[in-house]
Design a protein around this ligand. Structure first.
Ligand SMILES: Cc1cc2nc3c(=O)[nH]c(=O)nc-3n(C[C@H](O)[C@H](O)[C@H](O)COP(=O)(O)OP(=O)(O)OC[C@H]3O[C@@H](n4cnc5c(N)ncnc54)[C@H](O)[C@@H]3O)c2cc1C
Length: 428
């Protein structure tokens, strides 16, 4: 029987289509190391890989299987820059910092491609991405973004698409215009997770699955992490639990909140050549973003985010089919072979969260739906900071991320209320 993640609903197409997903042992007994990493998604595994390569004694524990959180189950879209168009951040951050964050994201993109090549990981990379608008009112912003990216960010891969081109490239009459980005692409995230875990183990990291951290205690010379089957003593700790943090560490839980997002995979679209004929990934302008793309074997992978009442795969399919049909009426009867979900870690201002919550105890996450390349890179940057080879992580640490209002008790209901309001605006 196909494995089912205990923390995220549904069996993903990624899970079903990855050739192998080797298991790693549970941690047993007491261990001592320089750095302990909690969480085995992109952030944690990249940190472990790069630390081990740099000669650091590192132990990583993952509560379930690597990739069971967001990293093995996401839309696979790399994107460009941060979660916002770069010029949108200039007002609060100024041009220089906005540019530095854009450059960091370009470094992230380049790092990921190089990492995959160096380690012989075929992550099904397909080029191209399109941001498309469901409202006419956004035209000036889209045009400005193309212009600003070229003139102030030296990024020349954005091209504005008029209505006809947008509709042809998406294969739908729903969108008014868009931006085509030829400098990025999309991947099969579980293939990356499998290759990354293998690379980390081969580099000498001690990596364990099915080992939840139960508590983190400060000691005179570092930290002790308690698990059900043993404990780890480490001088430093990286918390890489993102949206799945729950009660482990309160500062992270106050700044990174989970939002459920759901994806469906159709059967191969061999009879529908008009659907995204160029194979780019697509993300639309809704607050509750719809993101979709074709896979190497010609399926449509369609994601959207809604507060569904149930997490059962058949319910997920109903909502996903409705959204697909709005864009592609010709696919109203298409078979949805897989439907699954996961938790996206968001912050209040949708910028990533990296903070030393106590001296030696660092937490990184909250990429706000933009973590495929950023999580991989931030994990590497954490290792660089420990090794003293780069201080690029300081740029992320310097972002002023506020905690969600409402305290531990009310912050979740308040967030849901706010999201429902914005989802309503999408429909107007
Ligand atoms: C459905 C969906 C679609 C998305 N689409 C995109 C996209 O197209 N593009 C994009 O850029 N981003 C996307 N994202 C976001 C992206 O996947 C994440 O930003 C990224 O994977 C975060 O990686 P991470 O390693 O920080 O966290 P995760 O991958 O979530 O890993 C955290 C890990 O910590 C573990 N953990 C939690 N508590 C403990 C504990 N106590 N002890 C041990 N381990 C613990 C969890 O089990 C989990 O495996 C999407 C996310 C989802 C859910």
């Amino acid at each position: 029987m196909t494995y089912q993640s205990p923390i995220s609903p549904g069996i993903s197409w990624y899970e079903a289509s990855v050739a192998e997903r080797p298991e790693y042992p549970t941690m047993d007994g007491a261990r001592q190391c320089d750095v302990a990493v909690i969480g085995g998604g992109f952030t944690g595994l990249q940190a472990a890989y790069n630390l081990a390569k740099g000669g650091v004694d590192v132990t990583l524990i993952e509560a379930h299987r690597f990739g069971d959180g967001a990293s093995g189950r996401n839309g696979g879209q790399l994107g460009t820059g941060q979660r916002w168009f770069p010029e949108e951040m200039e007002g609060t951050l100024g041009v220089a910092r906005s540019r530095a964050l854009f450059d960091l994201a370009e470094n992230a993109k380049n790092y990921l491609m190089e990492f995959a090549t160096t380690n012989g990981i075929d992550m099904d990379y397909m080029p191209g991405q399109m941001n498309v608008s469901h409202k006419k009112a956004y035209e000036a912003e889209y045009r400005e973004s193309v212009e600003a990216s070229a003139s102030r960010y030296d990024y020349h891969h954005f091209a504005f698409m008029e209505r006809e081109e947008t509709q042809e490239r998406v294969g739908s009459t729903l969108y008014h215009f868009g931006i085509r980005d030829t400098g990025t692409g999309h991947i099969h995230p579980m293939k990356l997770i499998v290759g990354l875990a293998k690379a980390a183990a081969e580099a000498g990291a001690h990596i364990c699955e099915n080992t939840p951290a139960r508590k983190i205690e400060r000691k005179a010379d570092g930290f002790v992490i308690g698990t059900a089957t043993g404990e780890i003593s480490a001088k430093r700790v990286l918390i890489a639990c993102n949206a799945y943090i729950e009660g482990l560490e309160p500062v992270t839980a106050a700044h990174v909140m989970p939002i459920r997002s759901f994806i469906g995979a159709t059967e191969p679209l061999d009879n529908f050549p008009a659907v995204i004929p160029g194979g780019e990934a697509v993300a639309d302008s809704r607050f509750v973003v719809r993101y979709f793309r074709k896979t190497r074997d010609n399926r449509l992978l369609f994601g959207g985010r809604e507060a569904y009442t149930a997490d059962h795969p058949s319910d997920m399919s109903v909502h996903i089919r409705r959204q697909i049909t709005e864009i592609y009426p010709q696919l109203s009867k298409i078979n949805i072979t897989h439907a699954w979900g996961g938790s996206v870690g968001i912050t209040l201002n949708r910028q990533p969260f990296a903070r030393e919550v106590q001296p030696g105890l660092t937490s990184i996450g909250g990429y706000s739906g933009h973590g495929v390349m950023l999580a991989n890179y931030c994990g590497k940057l954490y290792a660089d900071a420990v090794l003293g080879t780069s201080s690029e992580l300081d740029l992320i640490k310097s972002l002023k991320i506020k905690s969600f209002p409402g305290g531990a008790r009310f912050r979740k209901p308040l967030l849901l209320l706010a999201l429902s309001w914005y989802a309503l605006l999408d429909k107007l």
